[in-house]
Ligand binder design. Sequence first.
Ligand code: SD4
Length: 344
Amino acid sequence: MNRRKFIHLSALTAPLLTAKNVIANNKTAVTKPIVISTWDSGMPVNAEAWKILSANGTALDAVEAGAKHIENEINCCVGIGGYPDRDGIVTLDSCIMDHNANCGAVAGIERIKHPVSVARMVMEKTPHVILVGAGAQQFAVENGFKLEPETLSESAKKAYDQWLKKSEYKPVINIENIPQGQEPKKQNGPFAPNFFDDGSANHDTMGLVAMDASGNLSGAVTTSGMAFKIHGRVGDSPIIGAGLFVDNEVGAATSSGTGEEVIRICGTHLVVEFMRQGMAPELACKKAVERIVKRDKEKAKTLQVGFLAMNKKGEYGAYAIQKGFVFSVKSNSENKIHPSKFLL
Ligand code: SD4
């Protein structure tokens, strides 16, 4: 091909190539609305959030509704039915964050059924971000939340009685709440959502992130925290930048696992900052996991942390220290549980 022919051909094909690029760009069009959440217990949570997202509701309303749904499960691991601390008291942590970096949280709140809604109220009705313990409870009651009875749920009572026999603080990787008398199943296959004979998985934390039809991101986390913790202990879940971070320009992330390790590296803030540098969500989560493991590999072998992230294109990914972390996704094109990749 001589030079003149080449230039002529280039001139003719240039618009075509541009048109092709437009089509290619459309192929990577943003997936929205979409909601992702930690663990397989995220499936019903996503379904609840989806009711709002699919009706053009906001991501903020969707994540609150999703979190409330699991807080309602009385024999579940999250909310007032969750496992107590070593003194037999259930203390709950929760936070919520929207697309304008508004955020609210409660930590160590007792006897309140929907900590996530109290967290939202802290965000919307106060100049503060976090309320703790008795003050958080007082604020909730003043704002119309009912004080629930002090009693433990049936499953929590059994587990606590069992735990008291040895009184050791020894979280099991991926399984913070072991139903009494049951051994966890071996984790075979790509992932093992049901660890126990009764089909339960028992994680005590729900973290979810959603993008609504307008492209706005929000996230929420709710938990009873690590079972049998010291009374007063606060994990990563209610800490903005640790258990949850949302930056509407970039993406959002949440975490599950041993909160202390997540707090140490400002985990979800780190994941979002990695995405800001151009990393895909999975790689960003992996880099954060590596940061934890690098600090103390021997310790990392004994614990689990999983990060879950979404960027502004609606792309998502996760990464964990160990095998066994799974996450749930709901969009117009999918509704399923994914296994997370892991480092060790
Ligand atoms: C905590 N991150 O309190 C929580 C525990 C958790 O599944 O995620 N459990 O440290």
